[in-house]
Design a protein around this ligand. Structure first.
Ligand code: ZN
Length: 250
């Protein structure tokens, strides 16, 4: 079987915001960074010896602006169609986060005030609407797009047949890419739902997790963290202290 190679494309800092280049028989891109990053991503694709015009697909893992910010522009530069679960559009000509963020912890509460996370960008279709698990073999990559709701309702991950999981914001490292241990990203719409999706993906025995914010994580370490996080969230839920988007605190 042709092994798909997963290459991080740092968009901000060393690991603060990552897009990914997946090299199968054909190349695809997963996530498209912050607004204004298309040329940087394009140049990094080329620096790996790949003609950006050969990119067959841009998968957007979810509707946060640090993941879809340059999707429309990158699509125009490369000619690649965009796959996503819903149209990223806004009442205006610009697209921003699909819905307000539900912060986790102090860092999330600080970040939610930052103009950066409310940035808007060019809206897009998507050209390929993801409606469930989707094989990418026809596009030249032995991998599947997997629905992993929770971080946002429409979040997806990409799992290669060799076990590399490009996980979007299912899990991160602390403070958007600093530190090496698993941690929550600053926001989740539904923390229990996200954790259920993460544990579902771990049950498929991935070999490595490639995250939107941070260096790659090993699944054993993430499994231990997820088990501890489950116990913590269960305790919060019992005490009625677990907010989700659908059940905001009174
Ligand atoms: Zn996110």
């Amino acid at each position: 079987m042709f092994q798909t190679k997963v290459i991080a494309i740092p968009v901000l800092g060393k690991h603060s915001v990552n897009a990914y280049l997946l090299l199968g028989r054909q190349p695809i891109v997963v996530d498209a960074g912050t607004p204004g990053s298309a040329q940087l991503i394009y140049d990094q694709i080329a620096s790996h010896g790949v003609n950006p015009q050969d990119i067959h697909l841009i998968v957007v893992t979810h509707g946060h602006v640090d993941h879809f910010g340059s999707a429309a522009e990158l699509s125009r530069l490369t000619g690649a169609p965009i796959a996503g679960t819903s149209p990223i559009s806004a009442p205006t000509e610009r697209a921003g986060p699909v819905s307000p963020y539900l912060p986790i912890g102090l860092f999330g509460r600080l970040l939610v005030r930052s103009a950066r996370v409310r940035e808007t960008t060019e809206p897009f279709g998507p050209d390929l609407l993801i409606r469930g698990a989707t094989r990418l073999s026809d596009l030249g990559v032995e991998a599947r797009i997997m629905p992993t709701p929770g971080h946002t309702a429409g979040s997806v991950s990409v799992l290669t047949d060799h076990g590399d999981l490009v996980a979007g914001d299912l899990v991160a490292t602390p403070f958007l890419g600093f530190g090496k241990r698993p941690a929550n990203p600053p926001f989740h719409d539904d923390r229990l739902g996200n954790l259920a999706s993460l544990r579902e993906m771990l049950a498929l025995a991935p070999t490595k997790l490639h995250v939107g914010h941070g260096a790659p994580l090993n699944p054993e370490q993430v499994g231990l963290w997820a088990a501890a996080e489950q116990r913590r969230l269960d305790r919060l839920a019992v005490r009625g202290r677990l907010r989700t988007k659908s059940e905001p605190a009174a």
